[in-house]
Design a protein around this ligand. Structure first.
Ligand code: URA
Ligand code: SF4
Length: 217
């Protein structure tokens, strides 16, 4: 475990973790961001979805996936019949990383780097420890790599529900939910918003999420 784990209280429940995470200084991202954006959802969730990091809207509102990508994600979740009681949504990194546009007030998203992903991982592990989910969905490359290691490629494995890869078990390298969790990677909802053929991209996203919804029964 990294030193950053010292910010994460052992055995805390999700509300306690959320409260503690407000004062996390585990990496530099807290400096410029508005607030920590912790995961949200049912404490009995069997499915945990992991995004990259909060975006501009999430940073202001303090909740994950409430901006445009979140609207798309929630529509897809509803389309495949996943229920709020089964779902908890979080991010690999819990502060917004951005740079200021050269002119104007716009804040431009920056992909978190390995140091930030690793620094923030104790929070994700603590969420997994509390929830013990049956299914973990990695939304996009950053989440995929936070969960499955730096060499993981979403494009190669998307839409396939896999047992947690024990052959690749390296506690230092991945965040593991432990137990009998299965993992599936898919696109990040922001990638769908950017796609040339949005309808086709959305249909593919729904098809992937349906795999988890069907497995959940
Ligand atoms: N993108 C993410 O990965 N997470 C959010 O919470 C919002 C946008
Ligand atoms: Fe802590 Fe994660 Fe925020 Fe870094 S991004 S300060 S590790 S909560």
């Amino acid at each position: 475990m990294s030193d950053m784990a010292s910010f994460v209280p052992a055995g805390a429940d999700l509300d306690e973790l959320r409260a503690e995470a407000r004062s996390c200084r585990g990496c530099d991202l807290f400096r410029d961001a508005t607030q920590t954006v912790f995961g949200k959802g049912s404490s009995r969730a069997r499915v945990v979805m992991v995004g990259e990091q909060p975006g501009d809207v999430e940073d202001r509102r303090g909740e994950p996936f409430v901006g445009p990508a979140g609207v798309l994600l929630r529509r897809a979740v509803t389309d495949v019949g996943l229920k709020p009681k089964d779902l908890y949504i979080t991010n690999a990194v819990k502060h917004f990383k951005f740079r200021q546009a050269a002119t104007g007030k716009r804040r431009i998203h920056q992909t978190p780097d390995r140091v930030e992903i690793v620094a923030c991982r104790p929070w994700l592990l603590a969420e997994f420890a509390q929830l013990a989910p049956n299914f973990v969905v990695a939304l996009g490359a950053t989440a995929g790599q936070a969960l499955l290691g730096p060499s993981f490629r979403v494009t190669k494995s998307r839409g396939v529900l896999m047992p947690w890869p024990e052959s690749a078990y390296h506690p230092e390298d991945y965040a593991q939910p432990g137990g009998a969790a299965q993992v599936m990677a898919t696109l990040h909802p922001s990638a769908i918003l950017r796609a040339d053929d949005r309808d086709a991209a959305y249909a593919g996203f729904v098809k992937d999420l349906k795999v988890v919804a069907d497995a959940l029964g």
